[in-house]
Design a protein around this ligand. Structure first.
Ligand code: ZN
Length: 268
């Protein structure tokens, strides 16, 4: 595991096996059950990297886990205790936590995504871009980008942090590969529509995640295939298109421009 010291996992709930309805992503008993599925998937990745939870003692590898689902997507009390966990409502958010890690003792070496969904309009199960009700599309210098792209590009722009691991449905996996060709991908379900999918049985999904995540530490962090294949030249133009829906005040498209990609994307 030469060079590996700290991996930062971004987690979400819509890309987890067994999750296919909006009801499972918002508050209520079905949401709690979905959080348990998501936590099991994240633990499967952690255990691939650190070994079984009953192996005591310090680990050479630091793992940070940020719950990236808007209203919370994990059960912290069920999460492997060897990681540093950041709640979904941590005010520092993804960008702040990543910046903070660069000032810390052990800066983040690489990103991984577990349970991530595809972008709005992609055909993926529960696909959306940040707000399923408000956002129609995000484009960076003309290319449509989703949540995965935005975060992977931000990390690379900030400190050349590569992205090594991804799990979700087939559409989301393709999206990840299209930006980061060499990323390790685990497909845990096949999208049939926005609210239906053909799922792996949860235990099977967890086994696949563990098997694939074991390969993470074999990856060379300087491998060019782990860099974003799309990285535009400045000046940067980030366009947001909003949906015009009954009950919401229509908002005009918004365009942010700048020479620093982190400054433009960090406005998120
Ligand atoms: Zn989410």
């Amino acid at each position: 595991m030469a060079g590996w010291r700290h991996i930062f996992l971004v987690t979400d709930i819509e890309g987890v096996a067994g999750v296919e309805s909006w009801e499972q992503t918002q508050s209520g008993p079905r949401h709690e059950a979905a959080k348990a599925l998501a936590t099991d998937e994240v633990n499967s990745v952690i255990r691939a990297l650190l070994g079984p939870p009953d192996i005591p003692g310090p680990t050479l590898l630091r793992i940070s886990v940020w719950d990236g689902h808007g209203c919370g997507g994990l059960l912290p009390e069920r999460l492997d205790r060897r990681v540093t966990f950041y709640r979904h409502d941590d005010a520092r958010n993804f960008t702040g936590l990543l910046r903070e890690s660069l000032r810390g003792e052990v800066p983040v070496d690489a990103l991984g995504f577990v349970g991530q969904h595809a972008m709005e309009g992609s055909g993926g199960t529960l696909s959306h871009t940040y707000s399923s009700r408000r956002i129609r599309s995000y484009k960076l210098n003309g290319r449509p980008i989703g949540e995965f792209d935005l975060r992977a590009l931000y990390a690379w722009a900030l400190a050349k942090i590569p992205t090594v691991f991804f799990s979700g449905d087939n559409v989301a996996c393709n999206e990840a590969q299209s930006l980061v060709p060499g990323i390790l991908r685990v497909q845990v379900k096949e999208s049939l529509s926005l609210t239906s999918a053909r799922h792996l049985e949860p235990a099977h999904a967890c086994t696949r995640l563990t098997d694939s995540a074991k390969q993470i530490l074999e990856r060379d962090l300087s491998d060019p295939s782990l860099r974003p294949s799309f990285f535009p030249e400045p000046p940067f133009e980030f366009r947001k298109h909003f949906k015009l829906k009954f009950g919401f005040v229509p908002r005009p498209p918004q365009t942010l421009r700048g020479d620093s990609l982190t400054a433009v994307l960090g406005k998120e």
